[in-house]
Each structure stands twice: as structure tokens, then as C-alpha cells.
Ligand binder design. Structure first.
Ligand code: IPD
Ligand code: CA
Ligand code: CA
Length: 258
């Protein structure tokens, strides 16, 4: 297992690359009609890949901009920029996420937003931390007192199943909550659940690199992560991550989806 100081140092170094792009000029490309990628997504990914592979010996890198194929049992998930749309539009909710998994379980994760200089780190059994200080989920007991977060998948443009989930889940849930935010970075959302800023988060159609570090962050901060049916979360499921207390209230209002 890697040394957390080294993973943290790596993310801080990668954060300097992100900042250069955030405040400077950058080439922006389209992966789809609304799915953006920049030269900085690629730069950060290329910077991290060999370094994390060296840090976590025996693990294979699964990085958003270059991964193809099957997810290996020992994987290091890299999202070089989570919240690329925010990055392009200079909205400060953007981060680098690295999550290390073995046999379907997260072992270690780090999420760094260099714009706000917030570094979240967790290791299984050792707790979750924000800039070195231990963090815990919110004590909120009732959904009506809960500030939640969600996100909108790029597939929304097709107005299919995912789009209907976004609209209908909002219709079902929103009246029962304090409010719902859409910050634009699933990794930031999950780390905000971990440190108690949000009491819960849910989203459809996220990829493993979006959630690999954040899931561990929430669990190690005392929270709960399942799918929308309350079953153990598997990559590809609708994710529901909360402080635990409001979990079943949220699931109830979210309802069932196929
Ligand atoms: C996206 C962000 C966003 C979520 C999208 C993700 P990207 O990741 O996490 O919040 O709603 O579904 O794809 O493309 O910025 O790495
Ligand atoms: Ca992402
Ligand atoms: Ca990304």
C-alpha cells in the first residue's frame, strides 16, 4: 500500500497543473455535444499515471481519458479533472480524484481541489481527512433539514431514461428537502457529504473514476453508500451517498427505477 503523504504530494503537484489551466488559456475539445475535455485533463492524467502505478505496486491504472477494456481487480481509478465544465468556465468546483480499489472494495482515496486548496484523503479503517483534520458526516436527522446534491449526466441530451430520472427524481424529492445543489463535480459532491456540508448526494450514470475516491471518503467519515434500492453499490448503479440518518428517507422519496 502506498504512503498517504506521497499520494497527497502527488495530488498537490498535479494541482499546480490544474491551476495553470484554470487561470490560463486552454484548448477545449468536445467528446460529445456537451461533454468537454481539455489539454489539461490529458496533461494531469499523463502526469499521474506512471507515478501512482509506482506508488501502488501490482495495481493497474484505470484513467478516464485513456482507459479501454475491463476493470481489473486491483485498480487505481484516476479522474484527472472532475468537473471539467466548471474548469472550462472558471467555476471553482473542480478537482483531481484518485481512488485505489481491490476486489470491489475501496482501500485508499484522495480528492484535491487546488482552487480552494482542499485536499480530502481517506484510507479504509483509518478515517477521512480534510487538509489533515478528521472529518465526519452531518448530524442531520430529517430529510426536510437536509441540503442535498445531485448531478446531471451528459446523456441528458438524448432525453431518454437518464433524463427522465433527473427530472422525475427532482420532482419527487425536492419538496421534502431543504434544497438540492448541482455543483458540477461528483467527487466534490461526495467529499462534501463526507465533511458534512451536504447530508446526501445521488446521481445516475456515473463512471468508476467519478466515485472511486468519494465512496471511501463518505464511508470513512461515517456515512452510507448504496444504490437506489438500498443494496450495496456497484459501478454503474444509481449512487446514493448520505450521512446514514437520512438514507432511508431519501431512498423512499427517490422511489424505484429500472
Ligand atoms: C462529471 C462530473 C459531473 C457529473 C457528470 C460527470 P467530468 O465528470 O462529475 O458532476 O454530473 O456526470 O461525468 O466529465 O467533469 O469528469
Ligand atoms: Ca468525472
Ligand atoms: Ca474528468
Amino acid at each position: 500500500m502506498g504512503d498517504e503523504r506521497t499520494l497527497i504530494a502527488l495530488l498537490q503537484e498535479a494541482g499546480e497543473i490544474l491551476k495553470e489551466g484554470y487561470f490560463g488559456q486552454k484548448r477545449v475539445y468536445k467528446k460529445g455535444s456537451v461533454d468537454l475535455v481539455t489539454e489539461y485533463d490529458k496533461k494531469i492524467e499523463e502526469f499521474l499515471k506512471p507515478r501512482v502505478a509506482e506508488l501502488f505496486e501490482g495495481f493497474e491504472v484505470v484513467a478516464e481519458e485513456s482507459f479501454e477494456g475491463e476493470i481489473p481487480p486491483k485498480a487505481i481509478f484516476i479522474d484527472p479533472i472532475d468537473g471539467t465544465t466548471n474548469f472550462v468556465h472558471q467555476i471553482a468546483y473542480t478537482c483531481i480524484s484518485v481512488g485505489v480499489w481491490e476486489d470491489g472494495r475501496p482501500l485508499e482515496g484522495a480528492i484535491y481541489n487546488p482552487i480552494l486548496d482542499e485536499l480530502f484523503w481517506a484510507r479504509r479503517g483509518e478515517g477521512a481527512y480534510l487538509n489533515g483534520q478528521r472529518i465526519e458526516v452531518a448530524p442531520t436527522k430529517e430529510l426536510i433539514d437536509a441540503l442535498l446534491a445531485t448531478g446531471f449526466p451528459y446523456t441528458k441530451t438524448q432525453k431518454g431514461k437518464d433524463f427522465r430520472f433527473v427530472i422525475e427524481s427532482m420532482e419527487r424529492l425536492l419538496p421534502h428537502t431543504r434544497d438540492i445543489r448541482r455543483l458540477g463535480s461528483a467527487a466534490v459532491d461526495l467529499s462534501y457529504v463526507a465533511c458534512g456540508r451536504f447530508a446526501g448526494f445521488y446521481e445516475v450514470n456515473l463512471k468508476p473514476w467519478d466515485v472511486a475516491a468519494g465512496i471511501l471518503m463518505v464511508e470513512e467519515a461515517g456515512g452510507m453508500v448504496t444504490n437506489h434500492l438500498g443494496k450495496p453499490y456497484r459501478f454503474g448503479d444509481i449512487i446514493v451517498a448520505t450521512n446514514g440518518h437520512i438514507h432511508h428517507q431519501l431512498l423512499k422519496h427517490l422511489g424505484s427505477w429500472d
